[in-house]
Design a binder for this molecule. Structure first.
Ligand SMILES: Cc1ncc(COP(=O)(O)O)c(C=O)c1O
Length: 381
């Protein structure tokens, strides 16, 4: 079954394989028995291994067990969940918060809960797969605008017919390009065309803004009229996801987001870990400073080699090589040198846009970055 299809994927250099990784410490792991320096994790601040974060998770297991036992509307919503929802709301400058099983579940539940038949959703062409699926599941009319292109978005909004509800959905930091959505312009268009903005800040949360609150803080924008979504599984070093919005929107999601209503609640331990991470982010701003220094060093280093490197101001540093085979070859050469940064190929990125996507962490040293750049230089000689 599926032999031919799998063979065709292999022929096109598009077959994906799982690798078993061990001994993770945020920036190092063994893969198939060999130790690698990782330039691929989204644990941007190195919090998944932070002593305090681990201790909070362990204490929550001792206090509440390993599993929540039921959906949040039954008995799965504990004081750990409530505390994290409040912490998230405060961190995001919103009035209320809600937790979801993962970012994927959040987007595929929130968008269909908010937008229905007769409504319209305007979505950036590079939005994450979970947003694409969320838009499909909603029965709203879908309009895809060119990546970060406000003329393209405005043309679609202008040509649209009158609607009860219109949504603009965008990532804050784009996961494969490492660039940032032009939120001030999006907010202007949202006001002009009476649309509500859904901002998936999966890669901005904990990363952008002077205190790590995300893309809105990066631009100095208030959280009003924005439904913020994000994952707990990246810079917060835990697992799960959240929405942060007005109390009415959150109440509506409690009553209509099917991935929230009909799925077992997060374990208390992951909530406790995420709450502890938020406290650490507030207390250890130097992590953010180091993360930015590392991202700048890597971008400058790769650009110094003559590469086109996408994005700015973010720890996602994509080196686009075009062909899937070339991306695999560069990634393999880096593995030989002891670095792991996987090749990203279609359908994750458009045809001809294959790349090695590096992500940096606050735990990397300057030496890690310098040695990586040197290995890229050797690999392309
Ligand atoms: C922009 C974006 N949204 C959502 C997700 C999904 O989040 P999670 O990993 O928590 O399912 C990701 C992660 O890969 C992402 O990059």
């Amino acid at each position: 079954m599926f032999e031919q299809e799998l063979h065709a994927l292999r022929e096109k250099n598009l077959l994906r394989r799982l690798k078993v990784s061990g001994a993770m410490d945020g920036i190092r792991a063994t893969l198939d028995g060999r130790l690698y320096r990782l330039f691929c994790t989204n644990d941007y601040l190195g919090l998944s291994g932070h002593t305090e974060v681990r201790a909070a998770a362990k204490a929550a297991i001792d206090g509440a067990g390993t599993g929540a036992g039921s959906a949040p509307l039954i008995s799965g919503y504990t004081s750990y969940h409530q505390r994290l929802a409040d912490d998230i709301a405060r961190f995001k400058g919103a009035e209320a918060g809600l937790l979801f099983g993962s970012g994927y579940v959040a987007n595929t539940s929130i968008i269909p809960a908010l937008a229905g038949a007769g409504d319209a959703v305007f979505s950036d062409e590079l939005n994450h797969a979970s947003i694409v699926v969320g838009c499909r599941l909603s029965r709203a009319d879908k309009f895809i605008y060119r990546h970060r292109d406000m003329d393209s978005l405005e043309a679609l909004l202008k040509a649209d017919r009158p609607r009860a509800m219109r949504f603009i959905v965008t990532e804050g930091v784009f996961s494969m390009d490492g660039d940032v959505a032009p939120m001030p312009d999006i907010m202007v268009l949202a006001r002009r065309y009476n649309a509500t903005v859904i901002l998936d800040d999966a890669h901005g949360t904990g990363v952008l803004g002077c205190t790590g609150r995300g893309t809105l803080e990066h631009y100095g924008l208030p959280a009003d009229n924005v439904i913020q979504v994000g994952t707990l599984g990246k810079a917060l070093g835990s697992y799960g996801a959240f929405a942060a919005a007005s109390p009415d929107v959150i109440d509506w999601l409690v009553n209509g987001a099917r991935g929230f209503m009909f799925s077992t609640s997060l374990p208390a331990s992951v909530c406790a870990a995420a709450s502890a991470s938020l406290a650490v982010i507030g207390r250890e701003p130097e992590r953010l400073v180091t993360l930015r220094r590392n991202a700048g060093l890597l971008r400058d280093g790769l650009r110094g080699l003559g590469f086109t490197v996408l994005g700015e101001d973010t720890p996602i540093v994509p080196l686009v090589v075009g062909d899937a085979g070339h991306a695999l070859a560069l990634s393999a050469a880096l593995m030989d040198a002891g670095f792991y940064a996987p090749a990203i190929r279609p359908p994750t990125v458009p045809e001809g846009g294959s790349r090695v996507r590096f992500t940096v962490s606050a735990l990397h040293t300057e030496e890690d970055i310098r040695e990586l750049v040197e290995s890229v230089r050797r690999a392309i000689r």
